[in-house]
Design a protein around this ligand. Structure first.
Ligand SMILES: [Zn+2]
Length: 321
């Protein structure tokens, strides 16, 4: 019998659900607006109703459902299914989410951090398929990471492993919102890189970017900078070289430390594509040790917006957890 799990991707803006089979196929989806619910209790009730609705519509036999996996944007005690805090979703401090959902749904529930869940999804069904040792990083407003060692997620002793964005890049550096300074995120986070290039344009650097956004510098995104780079715009090419170098230096350290088979890069900034990846690969090649650097492949994430729901369901598909 084909087995299924429901994956829930609880995000700051939307909460997405999907019914997924053990080969990663999505057969049903639902989407809620996270911000439409005023309290934690209301959002949990809405998730419970959606899960029940999916099960009713699909007439799934109860023993075909392995459970409900849920990925959340924050720090989670995976063993207890306890959410410590969520970033950008207020009112979730110390929520025993696994216990609450299991009592209401009467099926097994697993709760994990969203980047861990994405890592698991990419490893089972995306760019990491077939690999047992990999590191996944997300380049967005924040920079996150997940680590798989021998086919298992490595969560660390307090479930906070994988914070690639807060690996110090500079001994002395700009202060970061984590309380530290010189962190990678402070130099490659979406907002910071867009600010940095705006500064260069305002300072008079000639560039094709201005034309691409019709002079509206607030419309600059990583994709725009990439488009300009692909057209041969000097400022944009140099800029991606610099950003890729910062990421590559950090990844060279990760390659030397963990010897992964693959490094998978996702998130909005990864949409910059080849101009960025070329610079990252070049830097890793220049800076990492000869043996591990030959073994590692640096790839773009493949599951895109589906990574959250697929990975959350995959919490039930991974025999070793
Ligand atoms: Zn930091």
């Amino acid at each position: 019998m084909t087995k299924f799990a429901i994956g829930v991707d609880l995000g700051g803006t939307y909460t997405k659900l999907a019914l997924i089979d053990t080969s990663g196929r999505i057969s049903r989806r639902a989407k809620l607006s996270t911000t439409a619910y005023k309290t934690r209790g209301e959002l949990v009730s809405a998730i419970v109703s959606e899960v029940k609705a999916v099960l009713e519509k699909t007439h799934l036999s109860p023993n075909a459902l392995l459970g409900v996996g849920i990925g959340v944007p924050g720090l989670v005690d995976f063993d207890r299914g306890l959410v410590y805090t969520l970033t950008n979703v207020p009112g979730w401090k110390n929520t025993p989410l696994k216990g609450i959902l299991e009592a209401k749904l009467k099926v097994p529930v697993l709760v994990d951090n969203d980047v861990n869940v994405m890592t698991l999804g990419e490893c089972r069904f995306g760019a990491g398929k077939g690999a047992k040792n990999l590191v996944c990083i997300t380049l967005g407003t924040g920079v996150g990471g997940g680590i798989m060692i021998d086919g298992r997620l490595y969560r660390g002793c307090t479930f906070s492993a994988g914070e690639v964005g807060h690996m110090p890049l500079k001994e002395e550096g700009l202060s970061c919102n984590c309380g530290g300074y010189g962190c990678l995120e402070r130099y490659v986070g979406n907002r910071y890189i867009v600010e940095e290039i705006r500064g260069k344009i305002r300072g008079g650097s000639p560039t094709a970017i201005k034309g691409l956004v019709n002079g509206d510098l607030s419309a600059i995104t990583p994709e725009v900078i990439s488009k300009a780079a692909l057209k041969g715009d000097r400022l944009s090419i140099d800029f991606w070289n610099t950003v890729g170098k910062r990421i590559g230096v950090t990844l060279a350290g990760i390659v030397n430390l963990l010897n992964p088979e693959r490094i998978i890069i996702g998130g909005g900034v990864a949409e910059a594509g080849e101009p960025l990846f070329k610079s990252i690969r070049k830097t890793v090649h220049e800076r990492a040790l000869p043996v591990p650097k030959k073994a590692v492949k640096i790839l773009k994430a493949r599951l895109g917006n589906e990574a959250g729901v697929i990975g959350a369901a995959a919490l039930f598909f991974n025999p070793k957890g």
